[in-house]
Design a protein around this ligand. Structure first.
Ligand code: AMP
Ligand code: GLY
Length: 426
């Protein structure tokens, strides 16, 4: 089969790596890809939001399956366009991607269908949002409704911060994404990410993960797209997984089908495990980055049939096998990230890194070739990923590989997995 992956990050490199291993894949394309993906796929200079060019390429090249990585093209309707052209695509329609594209839509759906989530108000104007904050008090969470590249969530511990966040959103700081605001209850507990494949009617648990959003060790400093992740999330016991499937995932799948927006693709639930049970913080309608790197190194089954079964609506007759090893991904970022990037220099030592420890895979997140030199191209640059019998072993292997990489312009957190490792030692 001919498969086209859309995207250019570490998630897409991990997807390309897993799909390249499938005996069913003859040719792999990636638009636009990166220097690591180029070793596995033919990279095409097409932007992920250039829907016309993506559909034209897939049509002319007789692509059998398109796998869409990021949310932007999903919300913009890439899968609808591909399906209209008769091309199979893994990912939700624009109508179903609203679960990620509009927090207000997601919250209202939960309210209509009794899906556990934080209590909230949804506002199109500032005055009632301010009044809601004054009534409920702090701590409280203010969220821009639309896609804001992970920056549209403000956790407010005092009233001034909450009111300023509301004014910020409505003053256009997040562009159109802030035209509406969701203000919600501050939930306490441990966070976990849970992924399920969904074919419109059936949901198949995929895997769980936990990520580290803060830039600094000890979960300090500003939030990023994710500085590392590990899978599985120890907090997601089999009993809790069943509860999440029963109270959150399946009701969502049924609700989306009943409301005429059947969801097909991967549903990524951001959960808070509260004293009252698991509650939904947010949905993403795609694989996570860097969670995918940590999950896919554990996948024993061929990924391609799983994606096809999702598109074809036959997940009820499908199963997936994961190794019981832990997977862990350490993100190496360009100095300055998530703020202004410093000059990144060149990266060497990736071959030594892959041999520095057992079971290491170095995924590229933002790299390109400048002549013969590998150079950074973005904030998050590499995803050094390893498996191990425990999170601690996977972490030791990943950092041994990190230490073999020669990149003075980069940095990483040194404590990815700390919470799970503390649990292993307890
Ligand atoms: P989101 O993009 O909605 O996942 O929010 C980003 C991060 O903000 C989450 O990973 C949580 O750490 C935090 N967060 C979001 N909503 C809440 C909430 N209602 N209560 C506490 N923390 C939250
Ligand atoms: N790592 C979080 C995300 O992919 O949204």
């Amino acid at each position: 089969m001919r498969v086209l992956i859309v995207g250019s990050g570490g998630r897409e490199h991990a997807l390309a790596w897993a799909l390249a291993a499938s005996p069913l894949v003859d040719t792999l394309y990636c638009a636009p890809g990166n220097a690591g993906i180029a070793a596995l796929a033919t990279c095409l200079p097409i932007d992920v939001l250039n829907l016309d060019a993506l559909v034209a390429f897939a049509t002319e090249t007789l692509v059998d399956l398109v796998v869409v990585g990021p949310e932007g093209p999903l919300v913009a309707g890439l899968v609808d366009r591909l399906e209209a052209a008769g091309i199979k695509a893994f990912g939700p329609s624009a109508a179903a991607a609203a679960l990620e594209g509009s927090k207000g839509f997601m919250k209202d759906l939960c309210a209509r269908h009794n899906i556990p989530t934080a209590a909230y108000g949804r506002f199109a104007e500032a005055a009632p949002a301010h009044a809601y904050v004054d009534r409920v008090g702090v701590p409280i969470v203010v969220k821009a409704d639309g896609l804001a590249a992970g920056k549209g969530v403000i956790l407010a511990h005092d009233l001034a911060t909450a009111h300023a966040a509301i004014d910020d959103c409505f003053s256009g700081r997040f562009g159109a994404a802030g035209a509406e605001v969701v203000v919600e209850e501050f939930l306490l507990g441990e966070e976990a990410s849970f992924f399920a494949l969904v074919d419109g009617r059936h949901a198949l648990p995929f895997a769980s993960a936990q990520d580290h959003k803060a830039v600094g060790d000890g979960d300090t400093g500003p939030n990023t797209g994710g500085m590392g992740a590990y899978s599985p999330a120890p907090v997601m016991t089999p009993a809790l997984t069943d509860e999440v499937m029963r109270t959150i995932i399946r009701p969502t799948v049924d609700a989306m089908a009943a409301e005429g927006r059947p969801f097909r693709g991967v549903l990524f639930a951001g959960l808070m495990i509260t004293a009252e049970g698991p509650k939904l913080l947010e949905y993403n309608t795609r694989f996570g980055d860097p969670e995918t790197q940590a999950m896919l190194v554990r996948l024993k089954s061929d990924l391609l049939p799983a994606l096809l079964a999702t598109v074809d609506g036959v997940l009820d007759r499908f199963d997936l096998r994961f190794s019981d090893q832990a997977g862990l991904c350490v993100v190496m970022a360009n100095k300055g990230y998530p703020g202004t990037l410093e000059p990144g220099g060149t990266i060497t030592g990736l071959d030594q890194a892959a041999k520095a420890a057992l079971e290491v895979t170095v995924f590229h997140a933002g790299t390109r070739l400048d002549g013969a030199n590998l150079v950074p191209a973005g904030g998050r640059v590499l995803g050094v990923t390893a498996t191990g019998a425990s999170v601690a072993e996977a972490q030791a292997r990943a950092y041994a590989a990190v230490d073999a990489i020669n990149w003075p312009g980069g940095f990483c957190r040194r404590d990815i997995g700390w919470r799970a490792i503390a649990r292993e030692r307890a």
